[in-house]
Design a protein around this ligand. Structure first.
Ligand SMILES: Cc1cc2nc3c(=O)[nH]c(=O)nc-3n(C[C@H](O)[C@H](O)[C@H](O)COP(=O)(O)OP(=O)(O)OC[C@H]3O[C@@H](n4cnc5c(N)ncnc54)[C@H](O)[C@@H]3O)c2cc1C
Ligand SMILES: NC(=O)c1ccc[n+]([C@@H]2O[C@H](COP(=O)([O-])OP(=O)(O)OC[C@H]3O[C@@H](n4cnc5c(N)ncnc54)[C@H](OP(=O)(O)O)[C@@H]3O)[C@@H](O)[C@H]2O)c1
Length: 430
């Protein structure tokens, strides 16, 4: 049986950066990716997201950045990733969707259908795109109109002449409003807290402070917060027309959803006022795609996966690295996390299988290095009492899984919306 040093799960920015650094260190690995083609989540982004619209895509290690290129992001970036995989001869296997990762003594077994890989470590780089977050609001199932999440945004034409509610205060909401408002009959923007607009330039120092805030949460085992909650929002030229139309006049959340629209908490009426709506767009963000890690019981009692100070190693099981998670959920963060994760893998392998790593002459074998007192093998790490696997976490009553979004009779479910030709169908996507 072949034992790999690592299995990287996911071939987006985070997975490719990790694979590059693992390869440089001579660590044996494969990269398993659920998509049928290169490009990570970028290949599924909406057609109207151009390279002019993205915030900037960090260069993969030892490569130029694609940021200055023209065209659709869902074409340019997949092409960039594809040529990177080829040029660096990265060992990517696809389409392979990992179902579960299990502990087997000192090793880990990664399972995908009837295939499996045995490895000393894993690097999880599965992003968030496959986990759209759809909150529950009273009356959600009664709405007669259409509901869709950012993930299934079909472009502005779909909304022409319709009354559209956009929920959420992140970059997606701002950008979708910018496109929808100029063609819609009317838009209503609702957020659960006052949006924070950036008034000054988002300097590298401000960026580092924002990342440090998310890092701190993750180090304490809390779930990562929305990106916008630390970075704030900015309007760009593309959004000026929507701004002129009043689309960014933010309103508080509706009190309930009704068949014909959303009920707004407008005084003086106790009942509020019905805002008639044809469509609700849930721009409510994403959650980490980590269900396949449930058997490893990584989640802390505080709801998130606690990472060490290095920012990528799971405290509950140091065989597991997480990249593109929390503070590294950006292209630049993913890049850096890939390097840190490869370092973490090398450290683990050098302790567990020192013969795997070339040793300079006269160097002490790592297993003879002093170990911190009380160090335990990860599979013997104590689990907090009553710990639940994430998929068994209690759901609020009436909460619906995203794929069960209520649809009006005869209306196509968002995931069945026609896909543009260059985009892999969501059935094979992450
Ligand atoms: C609309 C939008 C625009 C953005 N624009 C920017 C920007 O301009 N600049 C920036 O820095 N960041 C931007 N971001 C954030 C950035 O895209 C992400 O943080 C980063 O690209 C994520 O990279 P990743 O490798 O972690 O994940 P992904 O690109 O999502 O890659 C994850 C890969 O894992 C695979 N996968 C998932 N589950 C499994 C499984 N179980 N088994 C096997 N494979 C699996 C998926 O198929 C996918 O290929 C944007 C995000 C969005 C939503
Ligand atoms: N042009 C671009 O480059 C571009 C475009 C779009 C997105 N992005 C990137 O994509 C990533 C995701 O952005 P995103 O905007 O999709 O997600 P996000 O940043 O996570 O924002 C999600 C929003 O939904 C709100 N929300 C969550 N749960 C809610 C609930 N129950 N009720 C009401 N509102 C709720 C959040 O509010 P709280 O803050 O209160 O939690 C937040 O305002 C970010 O990295 C972003 O920068 C980039």
């Amino acid at each position: 049986m072949e034992i790999l040093d690592s299995v990287v799960i996911g071939a987006g920015q985070a997975g490719l950066s990790t694979s590059y650094h693992l390869k440089r260190r001579g660590l044996s690995h494969v990269v398993l990716d659920a998509n049928a083609a290169p490009g990570g989540a970028w290949q599924h982004r909406w057609d109207s997201l151009s390279m002019h619209d993205v915030h900037g895509v960090a260069a993969l290690p030892d490569a130029d950045s694609p940021t200055g290129e023209q065209g659709r992001a869902n074409v340019v970036i997949p092409a960039y990733f594809g040529s990177y995989e080829r040029e660096h001869d990265l060992p990517v296997l696809r389409p392979v969707r990992v179902d579960r990762v299990e502990s087997a003594g000192d090793l880990l077994v990664v399972r995908a259908g009837n295939r499996s890989w045995t490895t000393r470590t894993i690097v999880n780089a599965t992003g968030t795109w496959s986990q759209p977050h759809l909150p529950y609001y009273p009356g959600i199932g009664s709405f007669r109109g259409e509901q869709l999440h950012t993930r299934h945004y079909p472009g502005p034409e779909h909304f022409r002449g319709r009354r559209v509610v956009v929920v959420g205060g992140g970059a997606s909401a701002v950008q979708l409003l910018g496109e929808i408002a100029p063609v819609a009959a009317d838009t209503l923007w609702v957020t659960r807290r006052e949006p924070v607009w950036r008034t000054d330039d988002f300097t590298p120092d401000r960026g580092r402070e924002a990342v440090a805030l998310v890092e701190d949460r993750v180090r304490r085992g809390l779930p990562p917060t929305s990106v916008v909650s630390v970075t704030g929002l900015a309007l760009r030229e593309q959004e000026r027309e929507a701004e002129r139309l009043g689309a960014y006049r933010r309103r508080p959340m509706f009190t309930r959803i009704e068949p014909g629209g959303v009920r707004m908490p407008d005084p003086p009426s106790d009942d509020g006022v019905l805002w008639p709506a044809d469509v609700i767009v849930w721009a409510t963000g994403f959650r980490p795609a980590i269900a396949h890690l449930a058997p490893l019981r990584l989640r802390s009692e505080r709801g998130g996966i606690q990472l060490d100070r290095g920012g990528t190693t799971a405290v509950a099981d140091p065989r597991v690295q997480l990249v593109g998670y929390g503070p590294s959920a950006s292209t630049i963060g993913a890049n850096r996390a890939g390097r840190a994760a490869a370092r973490g893998v090398a450290a683990w392998v050098s302790r567990q299988a020192p013969e795997r790593l070339p040793q300079p002459p006269g160097r002490q074998a790592p297993e003879r290095l002093p170990q911190p007192p009380g160090r335990q093998a990860p599979e013997r790490l104590p689990q907090p009492p009553g710990r639940q696997a994430p998929e068994r976490l209690p759901q609020p009553p009436g909460r619906q899984a995203p794929e069960r979004l209520p649809q009006p009779p005869g209306r196509q479910a968002p995931e069945r919306l026609p896909q543009p030709p260059a985009v892999v169908s969501s059935a094979s996507s992450a």
